[in-house]
Design a protein around this ligand. Structure first.
Ligand SMILES: Cc1cc2nc3c(=O)[nH]c(=O)nc-3n(C[C@H](O)[C@H](O)[C@H](O)COP(=O)(O)O)c2cc1C
Length: 477
């Protein structure tokens, strides 16, 4: 326990954090990055409606879902994308205005998460390129989603061709340049900063992983003292630093472990984080874990994922503002639990994902609401109505309930395809955000089949999805 913190939990959660660049975050609660489940491309009306609700919520920081820096290589068809268009900066500016329109004072820090989906980008799911055009990564191959026939079918359906290995250093520098250009567009649009996504098995995580990048080669312009596996991140972070103002916040999301044999493990992740902290280019570090093949970050019903890692890490780092603020995300859905994590120095900031899709005003209504005692100031565990059948049908294992714990992560009771379980939960939460975007309220009792019929079939496909996407692409939504 640390007695420099307020003893009252609400006072603690409402206390400010100063970042190394001098920006002050007014409380400890962060709406974590969640891809919004709306039409992909540039932000439109529905995004503005959704972000306006989050703006009212009293969050200390609001992070967008992942915004792709390469429009042809997104993670899902729903991803926002930054590309060279006269509409890009104005539409991101409008989104930012909507987010702050009803936000109580002091206003939240606003961050855009920048991503490149790397080998996990699926041409057949995202429909942004022909099925025979491969995704790119540090190596060739397909992401693995598990063993057995269903896993084989899913892999070949999502990735009909194997990823193309990027071997030319100039192409890596071009990719770094896309992150830097995207960050400057975000700054021009008025946002408070960016978060670079180097977790969850996307391109930058693949570059860090010994499994997918076994023989990294030096990139031009990077000093020799920088470990070669970090060259790409160094180019991106120094590039963003040079191209934007000091007060423009730079955040980085990184895995504490990929939870995949041969991938980034906890010792390597701690060394990577310590090295990057020494560069003094990052204001906020978010710690997560897993890839879409083994999505540890998406475990349901478990508290404070990855706190064992950050609790060991934080005492070895300079505390904010001398060092970056550390944000922990995953299973922090309870006021007392968040307060315990901050007091035990497992985190400076608490990232909250799924509950923010169901309760966009979670801080003001629940976590910081003095009318609610500690036993009520939480999001009680919930299950997704009617989802179990589809989870099993698609090979997602016999049960979504947690099983035994290993290395701080709880395995499901059955070794089914974890991507399926995570996918079912992800789309259901996306439907909730899409409801808010349409001006409806989220519905915790939304049956999975009803969600699929109303949201995916009707709103996305039959009821004008393609028309919408086209209007978004043209910047006229
Ligand atoms: C619908 C949905 C979309 C997500 N999209 C992203 C994303 O775009 N970028 C990201 O870093 N994490 C994403 N995540 C992961 C969340 O940021 C978070 O790490 C995860 O939900 C665990 O936190 P929670 O227990 O508070 O939900 C997503 C999660 C969900 C449920």
């Amino acid at each position: 326990m640390n007695d420099e913190y307020p003893t009252d939990d609400i006072d603690l959660l409402s206390s400010p954090v100063t970042l190394p660049n001098g920006v002050v975050i007014h409380n400890r609660l962060v709406k974590a990055a969640m891809e919004e489940g709306l039409a992909g491309g540039l932000p439109g009306r529905r995004h503005r409606r959704l972000y306006r609700r989050w703006g009212r919520g009293g969050w200390g920081v609001v992070l967008t879902g992942n915004v792709q820096v390469d429009a042809a290589q997104p993670a899902t068809p729903h991803d926002l994308r930054i590309y060279d268009s006269p509409h890009t900066v104005p539409l991101f500016h409008e989104l930012h205005e909507s987010l702050l329109a009803d936000a109580p004072e002091p206003k939240p820090l606003t961050l855009v998460q920048l991503n490149h989906a790397g080998m996990q980008s699926s041409a057949t799911y995202s429909l942004t390129r022909a099925p025979w055009v491969p995704s790119v990564g540090p190596t060739s191959g397909r992401p693995s989603v598990g063993r057995g026939l269903m896993a084989w079918v899913i892999e070949r359906t999502l990735w009909p061709v194997a990823a193309r290995a990027v071997t030319n250093p100039a192409e890596w520098c071009e990719i770094a340049g896309k992150f830097v250009d995207a960050a400057t567009a975000v700054e021009d649009a008025g946002w408070g900063g960016v978060q670079v996504h180097a977790a969850h098995g996307y391109l930058l995580a693949e570059y860090l992983s010994p499994l997918t990048n076994p023989h990294p080669r030096p990139l031009p312009g990077v000093p020799e003292r920088i470990p070669v596996r970090l060259h790409l991140l160094w180019l991106i972070l120094t590039g963003i630093h040079a191209a934007t103002e000091r007060r423009f916040v730079k955040a980085l999301k990184i895995n504490c472990s990929d939870f995949v044999s041969g991938g980034l493990d906890e010792d390597a992740a701690a060394a990577v984080i310590r090295e990057i902290v020494s560069w003094r280019l990052v204001d906020i570090f978010e710690v997560s874990g897993g890839t879409y093949g083994n999505p540890a970050f998406a475990e349901m019903g478990r508290e404070a994922l990855f706190a064992h890692f950050t609790r060991a890490l934080l005492p070895t780092l300079p505390p904010a503002p001398e060092g970056p603020a550390i944000m922990l995300t995953g299973g922090l859905h309870d006021r007392s639990l968040i307060a315990r994590c901050i007091r035990s120095r497992a985190a400076d900031l608490a990232g909250i994902g799924r509950p923010a899709a169901l309760f966009p005003e979670l801080p003001v209504r629940v976590l910081l609401n003095r009318a609610l005692g500690p036993e009520k100031a939480r999001v009680a565990p919930y299950s997704i109505p009617g989802s179990e059948f589809y989870r099993r049908l698609l090979g997602g294992g016999k049960s979504s309930r947690p099983g035994r714990e290993r290395n701080g992560v709880v395995a499901r009771r059955d070794d089914g395809i974890k991507l399926v379980g995570a996918g079912v939960s992800t789309v259901w939460h996306e439907w909730q955000m899409a409801r808010i975007g349409r001006g409806e309220d989220p519905d915790v009792r939304l049956d999975f089949l009803r969600g699929a019929l109303t949201n995916t079939l009707w709103h996305d496909i039959l009821g004008g999805g393609p028309r919408w996407w086209f209007r978004r692409w043209m910047g006229t939504d």
